[in-house]
Ligand binder design. Structure first.
Ligand code: URP
Ligand code: ZN
Ligand code: ZN
Length: 467
């Protein structure tokens, strides 16, 4: 007895066709036209698109930052994920300086297990390789790979907090040549930015807009260039997270043109929001748009869309890291450096990309599926279990209604955040039914499954086998 999704239009990254899709024991057992209904529960998908569940490769649930903690925990955040059509998330565990990576993994598994509503994986943020020339930290990286933590994030920004030096980055990159993992880079020149920030504060520039104005695109481009150069020297791939500007994109494009395995993601906020529209420099309300890298000038947006079309950018993730305006963003009322960095996004990622990407004719339906699901599955070691509608894959399936209209608002969204970065925006196209491992978890905007049902994902190191 299975669940048979009938009469839909099945969309994968490599093509679209009219077909039925049969789910048995949590897996997809068949995709073809005219599957016999006998013995199965049927779901009519007439007029709907059938797409692989979204994969968000970059979220921060329950994350300590700047004296507070991101407002969504793994329950509220992944429940909102499911409602928006995302069935897999990869969050970040943070190795506190002076501690072992396993400590961080245990802490983050403790935050997620029993709460996550969708399947989840973890990247490890490396802050410290230890004092013995890095031997212990590098062995810890191998240990993490055995625990399915097959991707690491290193920071070139946030001096004295998360930033590591080039030697640490290079050693970590070299280690991935041995263990097959992938290094993800937060690429901004933190030391130079810190100088600009201190100069701004000394001049009394404390409003939120100065967060953006003290982080020039050149500081991002320089760090992207350095990341790729270090990875090239180590002979390994590298993945740039939350790429925000044309200057930075040019560095990735140039590397890929030379045949290097350089990958990058951007986020809806960089594709759709801008300094001009969201941060005119008039009020503290603009703290809602303080995240890092910051919002950029509008002229960057078409370049990022173009990057997605031509595969200079491979993934759109959210960098979901919500802090409420009323009691968290206010921490930086008199000093922009104290505004917790980040914003909410998981619930709206697919809606925004579908509406402003597919409906607007910027990207094809197949590319929409690729950048929101298939590519992150491949890059982060989950393919073909996730990211594709094919026999044997987990039945993470979204019935997408291309005609459903939705008004984005904090008053109705399910993320635990008192504002939306897209308040009042109208989108067309929304998740109607969402299946996770064959279970109907969200139905027309309501989460209907048990909380905590999400499983920790066994991910595989790619070991150099890149797209
Ligand atoms: O502002 C941001 N992006 N907050 C989350 C931390 C990070 O750097 O991704
Ligand atoms: Zn980052
Ligand atoms: Zn992030």
């Amino acid at each position: 007895m299975g669940t048979l999704i009938q009469n839909g239009t099945v969309v994968n990254a490599d093509g679209t066709r009219k077909a039925d899709l049969l789910i048995e024991d949590g897996k997809i057992s068949e995709v073809r036209a005219g599957i016999d209904t006998a013995g199965h529960t049927t779901v009519d998908a007439t007029g709907l698109l059938v797409i692989p569940g979204g994969i968000d490769a970059h979220t921060h649930m329950d994350m300590p930052f700047g004296g507070t903690v991101s407002a969504d925990d793994f329950l509220t955040g992944t429940r909102a994920d499911a409602i928006g059509g995302t069935t897999t998330t990869v969050d970040f565990a943070i190795q506190a300086r002076g501690t072992r990576m396993r400590d961080a993994l245990d802490i983050w598994r403790g935050k997620a297990d029993g709460k996550a509503c969708i399947d989840y994986g973890l990247h490890m943020i490396v802050t410290d390789l230890g004092s013995d020339n890095g031997e212990q930290g590098l062995a810890d990286m191998d240990d993490m790979v055995r625990e399915s933590v097959v991707s690491f994030k290193l920071f070139m920004a946030y001096p004295n907090v998360l930033m590591v030096d080039d030697g640490t980055i290079f050693k970590a990159l070299q280690q991935t040549a041995k263990n097959g993992a992938l290094v993800c880079m937060h690429a901004e020149n933190g030391s130079a930015i810190d100088v600009i920030v201190q100069q701004a504060l000394a001049e009394g520039k404390t409003a939120p807009i100065y967060h953006a104005l003290t982080r020039p695109t050149k500081a991002e481009a320089e760090a992207v260039h350095r990341s790729i150069a270090l990875a090239e020297m180590a002979g390994v791939p590298v993945y740039i997270v939350h790429l925000s500007s044309e200057d930075a994109l040019n560095q990735v494009r140039e590397a890929r043109d030379r045949g290097l395995p350089a990958f990058a993601e951007t986020c809806p906020q960089y594709l759709l929001l801008s300094i001009e529209d969201q941060m005119p420099g008039k009020s503290f309300e603009e703290a809602k748009y303080v995240f890092t890298p910051p919002l950029r000038e509008k002229k960057n947006q078409p370049k990022l869309w173009d990057g997605l079309v031509h595969d200079h950018l491979q993934v759109v993730s959210t960098d979901h890291c919500p802090f409420c305006f009323a009691d968290q963003k206010q921490l930086g009322k008199d000093d922009f450096t104290k505004i917790p960095n980040g914003g909410p996004g998981v619930e709206n990622r697919l809606q925004l990309l579908y509406h402003f990407g597919v409906n607007a004719g910027k990207i094809t339906l197949e590319r929409f599926v690729e950048i929101t699901s298939t590519a992150p599955a491949r890059i982060f070691g989950m393919y073909p279990k996730k990211g594709v509608l094919a026999k044997g894959a987990d039945a993470d399936v979204v019935l997408w209604d291309p005609n459903a209209e939705h008004l984005i608002s904090a008053s109705t969204h399910n993320m635990r955040c008192d504002f939306s970065m897209f308040e009042g925006w109208k989108v067309k196209g929304n998740a109607a039914k969402v299946f996770s491992r064959g279970e109907l978890v969200a139905d027309n905007g309501k989460y209907i499954a048990a909380t905590g049902r999400g499983q920790y994902l066994r991910r595989e190191a790619r070991g150099g086998a890149w797209q």
